[in-house]
Design a protein around this ligand. Structure first.
Ligand code: ATP
Ligand code: MG
Length: 357
């Protein structure tokens, strides 16, 4: 058979295999219900401390990139402007209360840079993996970036969700999804995929939601929150009606191209990935690697090896946890993935299994 035909067949096979790979890893509706119940229960208790407090989910439990048995990310928002609440103290009060009123194993971190409360529930028949949950205070930007990710996913769920979910599983299995050990968070990998679909692919698979201007004249194009512009075009109905990509590449083709781009083309040494603005230089952001600002230790100098601008908190490098070794490992994994997917074009299922070994 002609090599082109074989290659076509592999790509089709790869796309189908990606869908079947991801499907059984999605959370069950039972799991989602239990988690929502838990959120409601904790919210009720927290309201006894502060009546205007609300408890909201963010991160993967509501950006549509959640995997089965993933952690819950929760945040307490306090609506009463007259309530004077110091995050560290509030974390301590919540800890005492939840310790007394629930079965959770409670661990407060009130003096961390961002004070949080960690909760754990031991496994049970309904939740064979238990529950792990982090509760933060007043982190409103996290709610906004969760909504941004969700909106991107909603535009083209078949391709966007499949790619992101696969990359999350792959990066966890290959052990490059550990910010505490010098590699990248799921949030960072997700921003890489979205950057690729908005700014690298030509024609683009997704529009830049932070650049589409309001179609209704009354709508504001600057929405400020904590001094950050958190505007993005979030009118999903209008997007569905008026935006359609002319890029028809399959999910399999996009995955191979994603790995190829980050193996060979992206200039990690001097470029910044910005979902908001496209490719920027480290220099223009002042995120230069090896400047020795007197007294900074090796870890601090390592902070800008991989640069991914947060969509709203644009002075913040989401990938600041990635060390020199971490980046070397991540790039090695991109190359390995490219090799496997381009040199083993017989059975896609086997290639995926090998990829995630
Ligand atoms: P997982 O299923 O692996 O937990 P996740 O989608 O919940 O994945 P996380 O990396 O846990 O992703 O991030 C959850 C949320 O926390 C993100 O949506 C984001 O709001 C916030 N977040 C995580 N990491 C960062 C970071 N480095 N900088 C800023 N915000 C972050
Ligand atoms: Mg999470």
């Amino acid at each position: 058979m002609h090599p082109g035909v074989l290659h076509r067949r592999f790509l089709n096979d790869l796309s189908t295999s990606l869908f079947s790979f991801v499907l059984p890893l999605l959370p069950t509706s039972e799991e989602l219900n239990v988690k929502e119940e838990v959120r409601g229960l904790i919210e009720k208790l927290i309201k006894t401390l502060e009546p205007s407090a609300r408890l909201l989910s963010f991160g993967s439990s509501c950006n549509s990139f959640g995997l089965r048995n993933s952690d819950m990310d929760l945040v307490v928002l306090i609506d009463d402007p007259n309530a004077t609440i110091e995050p560290g103290n509030f974390v301590e009060s919540m800890a005492t209360l939840l310790e007394r009123e629930t079965n959770f194993n409670v661990k407060p971190l009130p003096r961390a840079r961002i004070p949080i409360l960690k909760l754990e529930l031991a496994p049970s028949p309904a939740l064979p993996f238990g529950i792990a949950c982090d509760i933060g205070i007043e982190n409103r930007l996290a709610i906004e970036n969760t909504r941004l990710l969700l909106t991107y996913a909603t535009i083209d769920p078949a391709r966007v969700r499949t790619l992101v979910l696969f990359l999350k599983v792959w990066s966890k299995r290959r052990r490059i999804n550990s910010p505490y050990r010098g590699t990248l968070s799921s949030y960072g990998f997700t921003l890489m995929v979205l950057y690729f679909l908005v700014h690298v692919k030509q024609p683009p698979v997704l529009p830049n939601l932070q650049r589409i201007m309001p179609m209704r004249p009354m709508e504001e194009e600057e929405v400020m929150l904590e001094g950050k512009n958190v505007y993005f075009f979030d009118d999903v109905e209008t997007l569905r009606r008026e935006w359609s990509s002319v890029n028809f590449e399959s999910v399999g083709e996009l995955l191979i191209d994603f790995f190829r781009f980050f193996s060979h083309d992206f200039q990690f040494n001097n470029s910044v990935l910005s979902l908001r603005a496209g490719q920027l230089t480290k220099e223009s952001k002042g995120w230069v690697n090896d400047i020795d600002v007197g007294g900074l230790n090796e870890m601090a100098r390592d902070r800008n090896r991989l640069c991914i601008e947060d969509p709203f908190e644009i002075t913040y490098n989401v990938a600041r946890t990635v060390t020199k070794d971490g980046l070397y490992t991540i790039r090695g994994e991109f190359m390995r993935a490219t090799r496997i997917l381009t040199q083993r074009p017989d059975r896609a299922v086997l290639a995926l299994a090998e990829l995630c070994r």
